[in-house]
Design a protein around this ligand. Structure first.
Ligand code: NAP
Length: 247
């Protein structure tokens, strides 16, 4: 499952799942574009790790919700590597509140990053993915998009939205030999989960048959498979990585 000479763009690669994905792809020979928003030091560390594996990496600052910044990231990618073969739409955030307390701003901020960012990045790299030999669009959704989750109406909406988006783009990319898939993690030990109160985490854990939270690496290995040539006949799918949770 080597990714030698493949160029992979990972959004939100400075921390958590995105970081693990970037390092995993780099370890398997890919050129990696390490997108970050605010965590500059961490993003440079990720790029260094990829280079220690012998790969090439560039850290690129861009708020995925900012169309111009994303276009500039696509330009930087083309300058460094000639274009992208794989786009992993991973960047995301939560602003958790019961719907009673959720303001329009809370709603829009999450929609603008988790869905607006996916639009901007897919749009900016779409021609690259179409013209790549076996291009890949990989969207990171969530079990929350499948089940809903108390206090996450905005977030769950964005993560469900990725299912329709992915299945549609799978149809539209098929004639080019490129694929679109969703990887849908359960609950993963990252800063995002840290923001969930301890007592809620304990309740969640009781619902996970494998009786542990995922590590970022659990997700990264699956993303590497989807990015690889071994997954070339799989498209329009939702690949759940959730320790056996139902949906
Ligand atoms: P995390 O630890 O909070 O990290 C979030 C990453 O996204 C950071 O690298 C952050 O960059 C980046 N990011 C946030 N807003 C951005 C923006 N506007 N533009 C560019 N980058 C931005 O989150 P995570 O747990 O790794 O989650 C990664 C993805 O997996 C998200 O889409 C999330 O919804 C999904 N997911 C997470 C879980 C979970 O339990 N953790 C479960 C299912 C799905 P900076 O630090 O540079 O600002």
């Amino acid at each position: 499952m080597t990714l030698t000479d493949r160029t992979c763009v990972v959004t939100g690669a400075s921390r958590g799942i995105g970081r693990a994905i970037a390092e995993e792809l780099g370890e398997h020979g890919a050129n990696v574009v390490v997108n970050y928003h605010t965590s500059e030091t961490e993003a440079y560390e990720v790029a260094e790790t990829v280079e220690e594996f012998g790969g090439n990496a560039i850290p690129v600052q861009a708020d995925v919700a900012d169309e111009d910044a994303v276009e500039a990231m696509a330009e930087a990618t083309r300058e460094a590597f000639g274009g992208a073969d794989v786009l992993i739409n991973n960047a995301g955030l939560t602003i958790d509140k019961k719907f009673d307390n959720m303001s329009r701003e809370d709603w829009e901020q999450v929609i603008n990053v988790n869905l607006g960012g996916v639009f901007n990045c897919t749009n900016a790299f779409f021609d690259d993915i179409k013209s790549a030999d076996g291009g890949r669009l990989i969207n990171i959704s969530s079990v929350v998009g499948q089940q809903g989750n108390y206090g996450q109406a905005n977030y769950a909406t964005t993560k469900s939205g990725l299912f329709g988006f992915t299945r549609t783009l799978a149809l539209e990319l098929a004639s080019e030999g490129s694929t679109a898939n969703c990887v849908s993690p359960g609950f993963v030990k990252t800063d995002m989960l840290e923001s969930v109160p301890e007592r809620v985490q304990e309740k969640i854990l009781q619902r996970i048959p494998l009786d542990r939270f995922a590590t970022p690496e659990d997700v990264a290995g699956i993303v590497r498979f989807v990015a690889s040539e071994d997954a070339s006949y799989m498209t329009g799918q939702i690949i759940a990585v959730n320790g056996g949770m139902e949906w």
